[in-house]
Ligand binder design. Sequence first.
Ligand SMILES: *Cc1c(COP(=O)(O)O)cnc(C)c1O
Length: 398
Amino acid sequence: MNVTHLECSLTGERYEAGQRHNLSRAGKPLLVRYDTEAAKRTLTRDSLAGRASDMWKWRELLPNDVEPVSLGEPETPIIELPETAAREGASSLLVKDEGRLPTGSFKARGLAMAVTMARQFGIARIAMPTNGNAGAALAAYGARAGIETIVICPAETPEINVTETAAYGARVYVADGQIDECGALVGKGAAEDLWFDCSTLKEPYRLEGKKVMGFELAEQLGWELPDAIFYPTGGGTGLIGMWKGFDELEAVGLIGSKRPRMYAVQAEGCAPMVRAFEKGEEFAERWENAATVATGIRVPKAVGDFLILRAVRESGGAAIAVSEEAILEAVEDAARDDGFLFCPEGGAVLAAWRKALGQGLVGKDERVLLFNCANGNKYPLPDRSKRLKLAEARAEDL
Ligand SMILES: *Cc1c(COP(=O)(O)O)cnc(C)c1O
């Protein structure tokens, strides 16, 4: 087995591999540790180049004594946005498009790994609170694995996520509260042994699937990490995962010590990380009355708050909040200028890059990578069409 042990992210306390876990005894996320000396022997630039380009090609740095539950998780492309860059006077802008994954969001990476491990541990029923995409991915991989799933969504979860989740056969509930309040009910059921709790970071393997984003971008950029990464931060799985993954890549000798500055992006209507970052705090207080169109980052309280803040600070990055108007404007601009449709959370990321440029946090000639986290087609857009009566229509007037 390539996993040596798990470790409490706060205290460093060790936990055994090969059995199911949730949070550590300190109530904090567990991190999976690998035999990187062994990984180093077979995980090389050359060996990687010869492997099928999906997330499982990183098997030395994922739990590897399991049969993956897979729906085909492709390596996602990095797309240039030349017009979007030029509009701000920047020389280039890159976006890693995670909308191409099964169920249309990057949640597929994490849930493919978590459900793989759950099946390995003989878990029959899983529950989670979700703002939408995680629930859809859990339900899809659960269906694939023959595991029963129960999903509880806050009231403003996008309808497409709710209906999609039900289509995979999950039991879906739309609740009158925020995601952390839905999570409290999931935790209660788990304590009563009704199901396994697969909430963000309360289960250690989602993070492992998500960190593969960092592996992929390193290889795609020629093993030279970018100057800055902008990431839409809800629970922070991806940001924490990539930060962990970069250290693993260095440990196996695939990259050096250079790291990108990590920018955690939130909406002004739900910005607990930004507030904690600005106050210099290690942990973030709950954000009351959270509201934003970017529902994927509507997370008032994150169990990995200190890990997000640590990565942002260690990297020399920042936590940035953007307005609802800036989010919607960014989505529309990129679609018109570059033919690229961001999801609202991706729009927040683009808006944050623009804001950071304006504040001089990033340079116009720096290599910057944004994350688009879900397929833009999953979200309602303004209807700008006009009505047409065909009998009276004149082609030359259109
Ligand atoms: C879950 C989600 C996020 C937040 O991701 P984390 O890694 O949990 O912070 C952002 N955008 C979308 C579309 C999501 O589904």
